[in-house]
Design a protein around this ligand. Sequence first.
Ligand SMILES: *[C@@H]1O[C@H](CO)[C@@H](O)[C@H](O)[C@H]1NC(C)=O
Length: 297
Amino acid sequence: MTSFLSFKKQYIALGMLVFIALFFFNTRPASIQCQVPQLEELPASVASTNSNLPTIYGITPTYARLAQKADLTRLSQTLMLVKNFHWIVIEDAENKTPLVANLLRDSGLKYTQLNIKTEKEKAKKAMASGVEQRNKALEWLRGHLRGLSEEERIGVVYFMDDDNTYALKVFEEMRKINKVGVWPVGIVGGMMVEMPIITNGKVSGFNALWKPFRPFPIDMAGFAVAANLFLEHPEAKFSRKVQSGFQESVILNYFVKKEDLEPLADNCTKVYVWHTRTQKPSISKAGKAMTYNHIEV
Ligand SMILES: *[C@@H]1O[C@H](CO)[C@@H](O)[C@H](O)[C@H]1NC(C)=O
């Protein structure tokens, strides 16, 4: 009886040792797997999709300058955290550049790279920028949407500058849009915040100080449009023929009246986007004299 008990104890002790050993061998490699490769895998996992969410088409014109890669890097790393996002980047250039191509490819985002050079004469005359680039994106988008089923077509179009600052919440908000959604924009138009004025859950006016006579005195960052409206209004596009600050009104006039705007961000009481501008960097004379063709900056 006693020998049987001690024999059993030995088995229990051995079993516990095996259990502890298994526990260690199981958890250690697993925790290493979780920590190390995750960072490297991030770009692949960012293209995550959820078929229940409307697709957000971000339309971003861009042009070559010293801080271009820095600005695009910062923006792309915000966009990596947005589900069902398709980034349409349009270069103001004769040809697509390797800098933008590399950045988009390495981002792991779902993207479309386009290019169209703004004509010189037009550029001098008009103050508006990005008109040709946004129109080129809309042309591409219409073709893309036509190739999708009605269900797949559900989406939202957002015009994004490459140097603005976007909180992730602004993307959550815009997925609620039926036609056109609006929200406040921080530090723009000479104001701390430019926004629609809401009365009983409807847009009754705007607080803008800069050109308040505009039909829609809001910034490009302060609204998004249901994608299907661009198919219902194939003529909708931006125009070179208007003075600066009127591009938003030009495009919105195709789709809605002020009363139809859908106030988002808690009835326009929250700021989820800021019209930040990147300061133009200054490179010294000596610095300019040094060229680095082998390194992309
Ligand atoms: C917005 O305001 C309207 C009217 O006051 C209210 O019914 C609605 O619940 C509000 N929405 C949000 C998200 O706070």
